[in-house]
Structures are given as structure tokens and as C-alpha cells.
Design a protein around this ligand. Structure first.
Ligand code: NAG
Ligand code: NAG
Ligand code: NAG
Ligand code: NAG
Ligand code: NAG
Ligand code: NAG
Length: 856
């Protein structure tokens, strides 16, 4: 479609920048229930106390109450510190613009209020259009099952009649102790963003109209990106979360950011389509650069849902890299049925940077919903790949007007843990006693449960070791619980039960309180990195005297639990100048947190080519020294420890730089202990690691050796020389993979043409030859042809000598003197002095004096 006019159109659109015009709601009521004063939340939004403006609440029948303690993971006091408590059915009457769709957001913080027991609150919530929004709902049970401190339920109510929205709270437990409560209510008008009918999956030409219906937001994800708060939305005050916890299986694909030159803008004249904010379109996840790999897997997200409802899956697309149709074409599956064949984002949008929203409806008889993308070859596109930028999942009311599902049941793991050995305070009876007796009792019980979950996961992982591609567990947070987990309190650490005593003795244990204090309660502004495992925060400990990096694993990822343990076990025993040091860990409230040395200069990658930061380019000598440091760290992993340790994920973002530019290898989450003395010479394993750096042999045969790290390191060497990413899908096909392209150029003798222009003329020709040769050997197709890490190190040392000779304008250097690599003999087990770099000197300096006395 429109192939002929494409180029012209492209130019045209690119010169017109249409800004996102934010929607301004006509009605906006933010009610802080049970409060007598108006308050302001962290986002600067003003909440009015409902005691002042009763919205039709009858006198009597409800009471105001204040939570007896504040959970530190609550985002702000308002609206969570006060509640309105109902012992009989009570209705709020909100005056609203007629015939207009409205958001209704209900906020619940299940805590002891005025001596009431949190798990006695089971209630229904109904709205005036005859919709049941919640039925026999327990905020307490829900929060526990999702390990969240508070619950937000977002509904969208269509076409409210009569200019009044009635919301009724009705205790469903008829006993005297039963009650209903609510902490906050938002009633905000919105455009009719569900106006376009959604295609019904599996029924060609059938659509589902939802204009009059009520919907509940189940999930809202910024695919390939992080949290985007209500304040950064397009006036619709929606909150967007990271999608990685919902990815099913090991196929994470690759994520990327829009080039700043690409202007993201919605098509004009379509303000009601429910476009996401530009921040959401500016990040994406695609499958990766290797067609062969992509054809063999589905990029899949898995969601827990309520059974027997119809759902709208809203997919947000925005092409950020390509500019022609039939370049990236893919099929979309929803619950194993084809929802869309041959999706081509550019054919829909006509231009790069222009978003597209597509709605698909499907009835779900079970409790899971899978969304999967797979490249289509029906149209023989240029790349076998798929892309997604955002995803929303909405539940539609059923024919009886009901929208309520059951309370989530505790996961089987939780039940198993309970059957095995209840923690003190775990049983309902004793929990009740605690709650009545003291404010923090309920929280302590929740901690017990969260802990039990964690423990159960460990147990399970141990049994199924090896089958690491297992999917997600049943206790992922549903939409709207905020980014924090579980309620608080103090709990003893149980870490010794699943970590070796050695690891425990080598490594400091932090309390969650210390961690929260050090990271200002996981302040988003302190995030210095995000990955599949969760987020990394900058923090300060010991009264602000020590700066650290705090890696908070996503508690919903089972893989995370496993890797958490691996990392503590590995890192606590490995101490080396060129490995990032683990300071300690925190395992409390179901949190898995690792505390590392802070690396002031961040990742190697951001000093090579990350546009948009102000880092001056590194000199060639600096780059060589960094490569040598990293090679030394890897060499130590391979040979210095008792067992060969294979890193498995060597890349420029896993090479960190401290304040003195010393390179340190990080991220052992994927590490595997390699072959030992026995006859076995590889580790058979599920393929992990990062696209662009993956050893082709490992990929083909799923056999992991230390040479897989050598391959990845070869890619790093070329990345350092060429200052471009290992994968750049926006380039011509043959250039996408740096490994292939650099090898091709090296073999043609044309490497100079693709090297970092900044380095032109600054690398000695002999040094260049040595370096390129080394990198090329690392990328040999077969592991057996690749050098060992020690050889790589030696060659890089030599290249540095050649460079120093070149820079000082003389000094003939003789190759061939073999220099022992002295720091490879460290021992495992306790950060013994021997495993530190023993001479305390930079050994390239020593080397330089030995071989080239003129050099310095
Ligand atoms: C509400 O749920 C609780 C716990 O699941 C159950 O015991 C109770 O019978 C339910 N009440 C009603 C009215 O359905
Ligand atoms: C959100 O908005 C704030 C203030 O407008 C801005 O500082 C911040 O960078 C934005 N966040 C994102 C993810 O764009
Ligand atoms: C869904 O509907 C089926 C068939 O009507 C029924 O057997 C099943 O119990 C329902 N599931 C839930 C969770 O309501
Ligand atoms: C989809 O297919 C997979 C594998 O064939 C199966 O395990 C899963 O249960 C199916 N899911 C649904 C919702 O049909
Ligand atoms: C992708 O998902 C579809 C639908 O469930 C299935 O038919 C297909 O076999 C899957 N492809 C791969 C490579 O897993
Ligand atoms: C939702 O409820 C309304 C009644 O308020 C009804 O007209 C509509 O058909 C229901 N939606 C569905 C999908 O059943």
C-alpha cells in the first residue's frame, strides 16, 4: 500500500511536528476518604477530605478511621492514611457530566483501622449503571496474594446516565464484625477511548462493541521500558509498568529506545483513540536480529486473569527504526489463536514515529491470557522480526453487568509452605490475636507469608534445577498495586536456610529498613539501571559514608530467585580487583536485594557510544587498559577459582568502571560452574545471554564452555574499536550484527573503515593489527579454535605495549617473551589475600618495564 508515494510522504510527515495535546478532564474528583483535611500526594495531586464534601453520604452509617501504622512502601500518605468504614450499605453520589466516560479508581490499604481486623472486610462495590465492580472483595487477601501493601482498582464506566454516578459499598459478610472500607476514590472524566469496535479473535469479521460497558484495567505495560507515572500520561492519568515480569519463557528479545531524532506524534484528528504517552512509544521490544532464531520462537507475555470474561487486548505500536513497509511483518496470537496476520506497523501508520493502536477482543474461559508475536513470512519481509511498544488489558462486564472476579487465591506454593511449617503468626488465629493486640501484628503475619513464598520457590527451584525456562508463577502483581511489594514489619532473616554457611559468613546482611533508608525507599530518581531481574538503585549506607549500588530483584521472577542465590554464592567467594565486589544482601519481606560496590563511571558501553551523555570519548590507551582489566577478571573466573566459572553474559554493559577507571566484570546472575577435571567438557544448558554476543556454537549445540565467554569478549573488543552496538537493527542487513560485519571487514582488510572515527590516526598500526587479530580469533566459529582468556589477555597486553611504543615514537618491541599472568592463582573461599591482585601494581606497568624499558 502506498509504496509509490512513500518517500514523499515520509519527508512531509517528518517536517511537521505535532505535539501531544494533553486531555483536560471536565470532572476531576479526588476524594481522600475519612479525612477531614485536604491533602497532596507525591505526584502533587490534591485530594479533598470526604468529611468536608460528603457527596451525599448520609449522616451516620459510616465512620472515619486512621490507619494505625504507615507501611513504608506506600507511595504517600494521601489517600492511604485515612479510611471511611461502612457497617451497612452506603452510597456516594458524585455529580458528573452526563454521557461521558469516567475513570473510577478505588484505593485500598488493608490495615487495622480503629481496632477492626483487616481480614474481616469482605464487601461489594456497585455502580449506578447496574454494574457490580467488586464482589465479596477482600483487600487484605488480595494484597497478600499479590505481595503488595496497597491495592488500586481502575475501572472505566461508560455513559453514566442522569448526571450522577452512584457508588455503593456493601459489606458482604452479614456478621456484626463484617465491614467495608475505602481509602480513596477518583472520579475523572475521560474521552471515549473504547469507541472503535475491537476485532473478535477467532471469528473473522466479528467485532465487540464496548461503548456502553464498564471495563476494568487489568494490566498496563510500557513494553521495553520502565515505569511511567500518571503525571507523565497524556492527561488520562494512567500508570504504565515495566513489561519484563510478564514475559513468558526465555525469549526476552531486545529492547531499545527511539533515536532522539525520531519525533513521536499521534496522527492528527484522532484524540479519542487512547494513545499512550510518547514515553511509552519511545521504547520497544523486538525479537532480535537473527532471523533463524526469531523464526524458532514466539515472543510471549503471560497474564493471570479472571475466568469467563471477555477481554480487550490493546496493543500499542510505533515503528522507531525502519521506514519502509514489508520490512518487519509479524503475526499476533492471543491464547493460541491468530488475532492478526501479517501485522506491518509501517503499513498501518505510514511513517516512523507515528503510533498505532489495535484492539482485539477475546473470551477467556480459563485464567490465563497469552499474547504472542511471531515473524510472518507470508509476505517475505526484509527482517523476520516483531515489535511491541505498549500493552493494555481490559476486562469487560459480562451480560449480567458483573465485572467482579474472585479474590486471588494464594498460590500453590504458598499453600505448600503453609502445610509444611507455618511461621509463628502465620495461622489465622494467632494473626488475629496479634492484630488486636498490637498495630504491627498484621504486618508481621504478612511478612511470614511472603517469606514462606520465597522459601517455597527456592525449594521448588531446587527440585527442577535445569528446567530454567519455566514460566511465571501465579503471584505476579496485577495492575495497580504500585511498584512496592508486601507489607512491612521486622523479621528475622532466614537466608541461611538456602545459602551456604560460607556465603552467609562472607557477606554482610542488611535489613530492609537499612536498604529503604539508603535508597529513599527505592526512589525512582535513584534508578541507575533496569534489567529483566528488576532495578538497580544508587544508595548510601553506613550513615551516608559509603555509596553502593542496590540491585532489587523483581520478586515475581522465579528466575530471579535462582540467580539471586547463584550470585551471592559466587560473588561472596570471589574477590578480585577486576570483579565487582558484593558487599552484602538483604532477604526480607520477600525482597531479594544485592548490595555492591558503587561504580562511579558506570558501564563501559556508555563511554563508547551512548549519545546524549556528556562523556568525552575514551582514548585508545584507556580502552586497551579497560579491555585488559576485563580480560583479567574473566581469566580469573575461568582459571583462578577452584572450578571454572563461565560468565555467560559478557557484554559492555556488564563491564563496569570505578572512579579510577578500573574495569570490573559484573553480573554473575547467569554464571554456571563449568566443567571440572572430569571427562565432561561442557555444560549443557538452556540458552541464555544477550543477542549479539552469543557464541554460535553454544547456540547450535547448547553446550557451554569457557570459550563461549571468549566469543562474547571478541564482540566486546570490536565494540570498543568501532564504538557501535553489538546489534544495530537500523543498519543494512549485513551490518546489523557487529560480529559478522567486523569479521567481514577484517578479512577484507577494511577494518579501518568501520572503526570509531575518533580513533582514526591514533592507533599504532602494529597495535591495530595485534588487536584486530586477537578479536578475530576470539570470534572463530569453533570454540576449539578460539584462544583461552589467558592468551587474549597476553595479546592485549602486547597490543598495549605496541601502542605505547607508537605513542612515544620509538621502542622496538619483540614479541614472543611469555609473561606469566600472575593473578590467576587466587583461591576460592573467603576473599583470601591471595585472590586479590597480589602485587597491588597494575601488571601492565610491570610488563612494560620488563619488555620496553624505553617506554616510560
Ligand atoms: C466471601 O469469601 C469468603 C472467603 O473466600 C467466604 O468464606 C465467604 O463465604 C464469601 N462470602 C460470600 C457472601 O460469598
Ligand atoms: C515525568 O515527568 C517529570 C516532570 O514532568 C520529568 O521530570 C520526568 O523525567 C518524566 N519521566 C519520564 C519517564 O519521562
Ligand atoms: C466458567 O464457566 C464454566 C462453564 O460455565 C464453569 O464450569 C466454571 O466454573 C467457570 N469458572 C469460574 C472461575 O467461574
Ligand atoms: C496454548 O498452547 C500451549 C502449548 O500448546 C498450551 O500449553 C496452553 O495451555 C495453550 N493455552 C491456551 C490458553 O489455550
Ligand atoms: C507460536 O504460537 C502459535 C500460537 O499459539 C503456535 O501455533 C506456534 O506453534 C508458536 N510458534 C512457536 C515457534 O513456538
Ligand atoms: C455490560 O453491561 C451492560 C449493561 O450495563 C450491557 O448492556 C452490556 O451488554 C454488557 N457488556 C457485555 C459485553 O456483555
Amino acid at each position: 500500500m502506498k509504496i509509490k508515494t512513500h518517500a514523499v510522504y515520509y519527508l512531509l510527515v517528518f517536517n511537521i511536528v505535532i505535539a501531544f495535546a494533553d486531555y483536560v478532564p471536565t470532572d476531576s474528583i479526588l476524594l481522600d476518604c475519612g479525612s477531614t483535611t485536604d491533602t497532596v500526594d507525591v505526584d502533587g495531586r490534591k485530594w479533598i477530605g470526604d468529611s468536608n464534601t460528603a457527596f451525599g453520604l448520609p449522616a451516620g452509617g459510616s465512620v472515619t478511621a486512621t490507619a494505625e501504622f504507615q507501611d513504608p512502601s506506600l507511595p504517600s500518605q494521601s489517600p492511604y492514611m485515612t479510611a471511611r468504614v461502612f457497617h451497612s450499605p452506603i452510597t456516594y453520589n458524585f455529580p458528573v457530566s452526563p454521557k461521558t466516560r469516567h475513570w473510577l479508581r478505588l484505593h485500598f490499604y488493608p490495615a487495622p483501622y480503629a481496632g477492626l481486623v483487616p481480614d474481616d472486610a469482605y464487601f461489594d462495590v456497585e455502580s449506578s449503571n447496574g454494574h457490580t465492580l467488586l464482589r465479596n472483595f477482600s483487600a487484605y487477601v488480595t494484597a497478600q496474594a499479590l505481595t503488595q501493601a496497597f491495592i488500586v482498582r481502575e475501572f472505566s464506566l461508560g455513559l453514566i446516565k442522569g448526571g450522577v454516578l452512584e457508588i455503593t459499598f456493601r459489606p458482604s459478610d452479614k456478621r456484626e464484625s463484617g465491614y467495608a472500607f475505602v481509602n480513596g476514590i477518583e472520579v475523572v472524566s475521560m474521552p471515549e477511548i473504547y469507541g472503535a469496535p475491537a476485532a473478535l479473535v477467532g471469528f473473522a469479521d466479528q467485532t465487540v462493541e464496548v461503548a456502553g460497558s464498564a471495563l476494568q484495567t487489568m494490566y498496563r505495560l510500557n513494553v521495553g521500558g520502565g515505569y511511567v507515572g500518571a503525571r507523565n500520561d497524556t492527561g488520562l492519568s494512567r500508570t504504565w509498568y515495566d513489561d519484563s515480569p510478564y514475559i513468558f519463557g526465555a525469549g526476552f528479545g531486545v529492547t531499545y529506545l527511539a533515536d532522539p531524532k525520531v519525533k513521536i506524534r499521534p496522527p492528527s484528528g484522532n484524540s479519542d483513540a487512547g494513545y499512550a504517552p510518547a514515553d511509552v512509544y519511545g521504547t520497544a521490544r523486538s525479537m532480535g536480529p537473527d532471523s533463524r532464531v526469531n523464526m524458532n520462537y514466539n515472543m510471549t507475555w503471560l497474564f493471570q486473569v479472571d475466568a469467563n470474561f471477555t477481554y480487550i487486548v490493546r496493543l500499542h505500536f510505533c515503528e522507531l527504526q525502519l521506514s519502509k513497509i514489508n520490512q518487519r511483518v509479524f503475526d499476533i496470537y492471543i491464547n493460541n489463536q491468530t488475532a492478526q496476520e501479517s501485522a506491518d506497523v509501517l503499513a498501518w501508520s505510514d511513517a516512523r514515529g507515528v503510533p498505532v493502536v489495535k484492539d482485539y477482543a477475546t473470551y477467556v474461559p480459563g485464567d490465563q491470557l497469552l499474547v504472542a508475536l511471531h515473524p510472518s513470512d507470508a509476505t517475505r519481509p526484509e527482517y523476520y522480526d516483531a515489535i511491541l511498544n505498549g500493552l493494555e488489558l481490559f476486562k469487560i462486564n459480562d451480560t449480567s453487568g458483573n465485572l467482579a472476579g474472585p479474590n486471588p487465591s494464594p498460590s500453590p506454593m504458598l499453600l505448600a509452605a503453609e502445610a509444611r511449617e507455618p511461621e509463628p503468626g502465620f495461622r489465622k488465629s494467632s494473626r488475629r490475636a496479634h492484630v488486636i493486640g498490637g498495630a504491627a501484628g498484621g504486618a508481621a503475619a504478612a511478612v511470614g507469608i511472603a517469606f514462606a513464598i520465597c522459601f517455597a520457590v527456592y525449594q521448588r527451584k531446587r527440585r527442577v534445577l535445569g528446567s530454567e525456562s519455566a514460566g511465571t508463577s501465579g503471584w505476579l502483581p496485577l495492575y495497580g498495586g504500585g511498584n512496592s511489594t508486601t507489607t512491612t514489619g521486622t523479621s528475622k532473616s532466614n537466608a541461611s536456610s538456602h545459602l551456604s554457611s560460607l556465603a552467609v559468613s562472607l557477606c554482610r546482611h542488611f535489613s530492609i529498613a537499612e536498604i529503604k533508608q539508603g535508597t529513599r525507599n527505592f526512589d525512582e530518581s535513584l534508578v541507575i539501571g533496569v534489567g529483566g531481574f528488576g532495578k538497580v538503585y544508587r544508595g548510601d549506607i553506613d550513615g551516608g559514608t559509603t555509596r553502593v549500588a542496590v540491585k532489587r530483584s523483581n520478586p515475581s521472577s522465579e528466575q530471579g530467585v535462582n540467580e539471586f542465590q547463584t550470585e551471592i554464592e559466587m560473588l561472596s567467594k570471589l574477590r578480585h580487583r577486576h570483579l565487582v565486589s558484593l558487599i552484602g544482601y538483604c532477604e526480607e519481606n520477600g525482597e531479594m536485594i544485592l548490595v555492591y560496590d558503587y561504580m562511579a563511571h558506570g558501564t563501559l558501553r556508555e563511554h563508547l557510544y551512548n549519545k546524549g551523555n556528556n562523556n568525552p570519548p575514551l582514548s585508545w590507551k584507556q580502552r586497551l587498559e579497560i579491555c585488559i582489566g576485563a580480560a583479567r577478571g574473566l581469566h580469573y573466573l575461568h582459571t583462578g577459582a577452584k572450578y571454572t566459572i563461565i560468565h555467560r553474559d559478557v557484554k559492555t554493559t556488564n563491564i563496569l568502571l570505578d572512579e579510577k577507571w578500573v574495569a570490573k566484570v559484573s553480573d554473575f546472575g547467569l554464571s554456571k560452574t563449568g566443567p571440572t577435571l572430569n571427562n565432561q567438557n561442557h555444560v549443557s544448558t538452556v540458552v541464555k545471554g544477550s543477542f549479539g554476543y552469543l557464541d554460535p556454537e553454544y547456540f547450535r549445540r547448547q553446550q557451554l564452555t569457557d570459550k563461549s565467554d571468549v566469543y562474547s569478549f571478541g564482540v566486546v573488543l570490536f565494540e570498543v574499536l568501532c564504538a557501535r552496538p553489538a546489534l544495530n537493527p537500523s543498519l543494512a542487513k549485513e551490518q546489523v550484527s557487529l560480529a559478522d560485519w567486523a569479521l567481514h571487514c577484517q578479512r577484507k582488510g577494511a577494518l579501518e573503515e568501520i572503526m570509531d572515527p575518533f580513533l582514526k590516526g591514533k592507533i599504532g598500526p602494529e597495535c591495530m593489527r595485534k588487536f584486530a587479530e586477537t578479536a578475530e580469533k576470539c570470534l572463530s566459529d569453533h570454540g576449539i579454535e578460539r584462544p583461552a582468556m589467558g592468551d587474549v589477555l597476553w595479546n592485549l597486553e602486547f597490543a598495549l605495549q605496541l601502542q605505547e611504543g607508537f605513542e612515544s615514537g620509538g621502542g622496538k618491541i619483540v614479541e614472543g617473551t611469555n609473561v606469566a599472568v600472575d593473578d590467576a592463582n587466587g583461591s576460592v573461599g573467603g576473599g583470601s589475600e591471595a585472590s586479590e591482585e597480589s602485587d597491588g601494581l597494575n601488571s601492565s606497568a610491570v610488563f612494560s618495564q620488563l619488555i620496553n624499558p624505553k617506554g616510560r
